[in-house]
Design a binder for this molecule. Structure first.
Ligand code: NAD
Ligand code: UDX
Length: 465
């Protein structure tokens, strides 16, 4: 039997775009995305497509095509679960902030709530798909809850982790490197796997749809993120050596990336990786390793995070040191706040930590980001609880114009690699700054020769001379 009704619990960065693409490519399937956050659902239903809760290039057009046809956003969670043949769980799985495993383990309370709700509402057999990133063996906990608190109906649990990256979500979903589906090796398990394969086959070539057992699928997601983050920490570790020796990290990256065994992608030195996934998933992996007594494995992966923290710290230390060891009362402009370009997401963005360090040195920070709202920036700082909200608002100002943000500043720090920064009128910016005028390019995107000819002192991550 083919799937006719899908429900996705969680209308976030993953649930929204993923289901929009399934709905666009499968007009014969009704897809309803539900969330307990009513404001978020209202924003997904907004007629003004520029106000969708998630900014992703190309997403607005897909929503325009499918919404109201076979794609629906609703806060009626129970009704949608009841109707569905297949339920994706796409809720958040943040790092625990309390109790055992605090600061490391994934907090599975939202997942458990979903499982209990599915069990209590379901009156016919359903396939439950883990879309959220989960610790290996979570499917057995979900199965236990479903089987013991339900109405005697049958559930099949599949793992179908999402590999999209923010900023390129639509392309990643339309043309994935692979789709991974893990299921039980039983007849019913394989039948459920095939039903999900059938959905993806509407647009993904069969040879890119990989099926495995549930545990391999769950663990592959954590492994992929750990490997990707490790590459960034590895190139960032080399960037510090470059700065001491006169080697240039871009040249080193090109030289090693041409080795087909290493490959050219994900070798861009930066002020540090951010985003909602890398740190959370590695901490989770470290916790899992420790819980099996695998201390060496845990230490190995933890080093990726330690290196990332160091990269952010040394970036702000370098600003203070270069500005004659004091930034107190000096205006420092931030270009970018998002954790990468083409997204309005700021979770774990390096900018937050760098700003916090500079504010502790009593710098006056002025921020411009083309997509991040003022309220988000203040909320990010407030979450750190380093100082009062009032102090944050006195020391840090948010601008809607980059030239205003840079005016009268002693230094500019590039925290996000937004394309528009490259083509600014840098001579005009220089003229309006305090002298000497410094630029700290945490993304290595600006043209050194051009800026130095204008009169800037230019510092780039991974380049010493
Ligand atoms: P998110 O915080 O943007 O969205 C999660 C949504 O789930 C929220 O809107 C929340 O209100 C809702 N929710 C929580 N509990 C609920 C419940 N019981 N009923 C209904 N709604 C509920 O999170 P996200 O970034 O979309 O991530 C979701 C999962 O996908 C996480 O496990 C994450 O690790 C994984 N993931 C994220 C990305 C990414 O780029 N953001 C990529 C791949 C995988
Ligand atoms: C990541 C994974 O790529 C994706 O597969 C997974 O589903 C979710 O986590 P995302 O966090 O959205 O995606 O973005 P990604 O492009 O991986 O970048 C993560 C961070 O690493 C960003 O802060 C980015 O600026 C940084 N980065 C990435 C670098 O500093 N250098 C690089 O070469 C690549």
């Amino acid at each position: 039997m083919s799937i006719k009704n899908i429900c996705c619990i969680g209308a976030g960065y993953v649930g929204g775009p993923t289901m929009a693409v399934i709905a666009q490519k499968c007009p014969h399937i009704n897809v309803t995305v539900v969330d307990i956050n009513k404001e978020r659902i209202a924003a997904w239903n907004n007629d003004d497509l520029s106000s969708l809760p998630v900014f992703e290039p190309g997403l607005d057009l897909i929503i325009k095509e499918a919404r109201g046809r076979n794609l629906f956003f609703s806060s009626n969670v129970e009704e949608s679960i009841d109707k569905a043949d297949m339920i994706f769980i796409s809720v958040n799985t943040p790092t625990k902030t309390y109790g055992k495993g605090k600061g490391m383990a994934a907090d599975l309370k939202y997942i458990e709530l979903c499982a209990r709700q599915i069990a209590s509402v379901s009156k016919n057999n359903k396939i439950v798909v883990e879309k959220s990133t989960l610790p290996v063996r979570t499917a057995s906990a979900i199965k236990n809850i479903l089987d013991n608190t339900g109405n005697g109906v049958q559930f099949q649990i599949l793992s179908n982790p999402e590999f999209l990256a923010e900023g390129t979500a639509v392309n990643d979903l339309l043309m994935p490197d692979r789709v991974l589906i893990g299921g039980d090796n039983t007849k019913e398990g394989q039948k459920a796997v095939n039903q999900l394969v059938e959905i993806y086959s509407n647009w993904v070539p069969k040879n890119k749809i990989l099926t495995t057992n549930v545990w391999s699928s769950e663990l592959s997601k954590l492994t992929a993120n750990a490997f990707l983050a490790q590459r960034v920490s590895s190139i960032n570790a080399m960037s510090e050596i470059c700065e001491k020796t006169g080697a240039d990290i871009n040249e080193v990256a090109q030289a090693i990336g041409m080795d087909s065994r290493i490959g050219p992608k994900f070798l861009k030195a930066s002020v540090g990786f951010g985003g909602s996934c890398f740190q959370k998933d590695i901490l989770n992996l470290v916790y899992i390793a420790k819980s099996y007594g695998l201390d060496e494995v845990a230490d190995y992966w933890e080093q990726v995070i330690i290196m990332n923290e160091h990269q952010k710290q040394r970036f702000s230390d370098n600003i203070v040191q270069t500005l004659f060891n004091t930034v107190s009362g000096k205006k420092i402009a931030f270009l970018g706040w998002a954790f990468k370009k083409d997204t309005n997401d700021t979770r774990e963005s390096a900018a937050i930590k760098v700003a916090d360090n500079l504010l502790s040195e009593r710098a006056l920070v002025s921020v411009y980001d083309p997509k991040v709202k003022k309220e988000r920036i203040y909320a990010d700082l407030e979450n750190l609880k380093t100082r009062s909200d009032e102090e944050n608002k006195t020391l840090l100002k948010v601008h809607t114009n980059a030239y205003e943000a840079c005016k009268d500043s002693h230094a500019i720090a590039v925290l996000t690699e937004w394309d528009e920064f490259v083509n600014y009128d840098w001579a005009k910016i220089h003229k309006a700054m305090q002298k000497p005028a410094f630029i700290f390019d945490g993304r290595g995107i600006l043209n050194k020769d051009l800026l130095e000819n204008i009169g800037f002192s230019y510092y780039k991550i991974g380049s010493g001379y």
